[in-house]
Design a protein around this ligand. Structure first.
Ligand code: SAH
Length: 245
């Protein structure tokens, strides 16, 4: 994304991938895309292939111990990581170094908040059977998962996590208040939303929302948020109740 201006010290995502052409992808659209164009954040895809060996720039080999598939080589991936982390803070809180992996800690809104508060992040997208364990151990790489399912590569996971993080940075969303009221920010799922037309398919908007009584609207939204969370996410509800006590 060299053609985009970058404000000095702008929050930066470095993404090590065999498919740099997958970026910015959806991150180039709408609010995250506009912010990228304005240099409010930076996206640097790093092509792992460039670090490969031989005529075909090989980056992988067969798994030790046998079995199906291929594994990304530690030595090759390590070169890309060293380049990506050069001049970046060694403190992982200021600059998380992450391998996207179904074995990782699940990504949540809390993770997004932590990343958004850092100077930037470096994400490693795996392919095939994954990466050599030694490179994870050697570079103190944290594993983070998008969820309990297996993707063919880390690129979609990287975009999802970057989207969730970047939108929390100041100046990215038009209306900053919207990140304070949405799902997860207060431990609850969001209340239902409605807009015009007032009647559609014989269905009307809950009366309280058109009453103009802000206190009643707030109370209704809180009740609905609690109801939905209780019904759909007993795990979140339990944590919320504990916090309230
Ligand atoms: N053999 C591995 C899966 C490899 S999937 C295993 O069973 O754990 C190939 C790549 O896709 C992984 O290296 C990882 O970078 C990415 N990936 C797959 N599922 C993912 C998920 N749920 N979250 C984040 N990344 C994922």
């Amino acid at each position: 994304m060299a053609d985009r201006p970058a404000l000095k010290g702008a929050w930066t995502a470095k993404v090590i991938t065999l498919f740099p052409e997958a970026f910015p992808g959806t991150l180039g659209l709408s609010l995250t895309g506009k912010a990228l164009d304005q240099g409010l954040w930076r996206l640097d895809p790093i092509d792992l292939r460039l670090f490969g060996e031989g005529k075909h720039r090989n980056v992988d080999d067969t798994p030790a111990g046998g079995g199906a598939g291929m594994v990304l080589r530690a030595d090759i991936l390590s070169r890309a990581i060293r380049m990506a982390m050069q001049g970046r803070p060694d403190d992982r809180a200021r600059w998380p170094l992450v391998y996207l992996s179904p074995r990782g800690k699940p990504f949540t809104q809390t993770t997004a908040r932590k990343w958004a508060a850092a100077d930037g992040v470096t994400l490693i997208c795996g392919r095939f059977e994954g990466v050599d364990q030694r490179v994870l151990d050697h570079h103190r790489i944290e594993e983070v998962s998008l969820g309990d399912f297996v993707l063919t590569g880390g690129e979609i996971a990287a975009q999802a996590m970057l989207d969730a993080s970047v939108r929390l940075r100041p100046g990215i969303l038009g209306n900053a208040a919207s990140t304070e009221e949405e799902s997860f920010s207060n431990g609850l799922l969001e209340h239902p939303q409605y807009t015009r037309p007032a009647t559609w398919q014989g269905l009307t908007i809950p009366e309280v929302l058109t009453s103009g009584d802000h206190g009643k609207v707030a109370a209704w939204r809180q009740d609905e948020a609690e109801r939905l969370t209780r019904e759909r996410r007993p795990d979140l509800w339990e944590a919320y109740e504990k916090l309230r006590k």
